[in-house]
Design a protein around this ligand. Structure first.
Ligand SMILES: *Cc1c(COP(=O)(O)O)cnc(C)c1O
Length: 321
């Protein structure tokens, strides 16, 4: 298959049209306590209220909406143990096509069940012996299915960019925008929207301390690979950026900073107690950076993307205790 061109803001606009009436236009929340503590005016784009509980629905649905008749007939394939699996399964069901998801044999039962619940066919593999990308490629070839990876795809990036488009459409120009990153799909789409709609806005990426491959990549000017990091931010536990995502990040993201797991827990508690919302650890990355003054924000208008809310309840109870 021929490589697709790099994503642009026009692709985000196209994705927004395809998602209209399908994806939720998620709320933008504010908190006077958060503003008092930080001295800033902070707008939270709450993708924990998105369908299936995270922004990933936007990219997955947009990518599948581009399928031609032949691709629709063979179906979609992906590898993921997390929110992208559910996003692909739900999007495929809405599009009326078959979805196959390659998941590790020890993936959390709740996630396997959720993916199957949306009608996805789950194929498990041994994550210590097999490589999911190879399995994915092999299955795609054998079955003629189209592989939609979790972040390194122009249609996925463009779909993810629609959240920040909605945010800035609602708030007007921002001085700063904080976005978490794993493989970088969300932040590269977000940066395309910010650059077009609020050109003076500084885009800042936030990663877990244990998995700062993006920060290292930006510093070195090349994609740095790390070992699978140990962090409660499982949605940002990827080991490297993608080629499409790194190209956008290099151009449009000013800096990448990190926060600790303890800071994520503190932020999860803030969201639950003060704002009455459930946010998964990864979804707290950007807010944790602002709350902890990782980058000075005093007097600024600040956008914060809250990326998702899928957390096991017993675990949440542990974090909040
Ligand atoms: C996937 C995911 C991320 C990271 O997104 P990337 O596009 O890989 O950078 C962040 N938060 C949540 C909730 C996710 O599911």
């Amino acid at each position: 298959m021929q490589a697709l061109p790099a994503p642009t803001f026009d692709d985000v606009l196209d994705a927004a049209a395809r998602l209209e009436g399908v994806a939720h236009r998620t709320p933008v929340l504010t908190s006077s306590t958060f503003d008092e503590r930080t001295g800033a005016s902070v707008f939270f784009k709450c993708e924990n209220f998105q369908r299936m509980g995270a922004f990933k629905f936007r990219g997955a649905y947009n990518a599948i909406s581009h399928f031609d008749a032949e691709q629709r007939k063979a179906g979609v394939l992906t590898y993921s143990s997390g929110n992208h699996a559910q996003a692909i399964a739900l999007s495929a069901r809405l599009a009326g096509i078959h979805a196959t998801i390659v998941m590790p044999h020890d993936a959390p039962e709740a996630k396997v069940a959720a993916t199957k619940g949306y009608g996805g066919e789950v194929i498990s593999y041994d994550r210590y012996k097999e490589n999911r990308e190879e399995i994915g490629r092999r299955l795609a070839e054998e079955r003629g299915m189209t592989l939609i990876p979790p972040y390194d795809h122009p249609h996925v990036i463009a779909g993810q960019g629609t959240a920040v488009k909605e945010l800035i459409d609602e708030t007007g120009p921002l001085d700063m925008l904080f976005v978490c990153l794993g493989g970088g799909g969300l932040i590269s789409g977000s940066a395309l929207s910010a650059a077009a709609l609020s050109p003076a806005c500084t885009v800042i990426g936030i990663e877990p301390e244990a998995g700062n491959d993006g920060q290292q990549s930006l510093a070195r000017g090349e994609i740095v690979h790390i070992d699978a990091p140990r962090t409660i931010a499982d949605g940002a536990a990827s080991t490297h950026l993608g080629h499409y995502t790194f190209a956008v990040i290099r151009q449009l993201v000013a800096r990448i900073e990190t926060v600790s797991d303890a800071q994520l827990i503190e932020t999860m508690r803030f969201f639950a107690q003060r704002m009455k919302i459930v946010v998964e650890p990864t979804g707290c990355l950007a807010a944790a950076a602002v709350l902890n003054g990782v980058v000075p924000v005093k007097g600024k208008r600040v956008g914060v993307v809250v990326s998702g809310g899928n957390v096991d309840l017993p675990k949440l109870a542990q974090y909040l205790a």
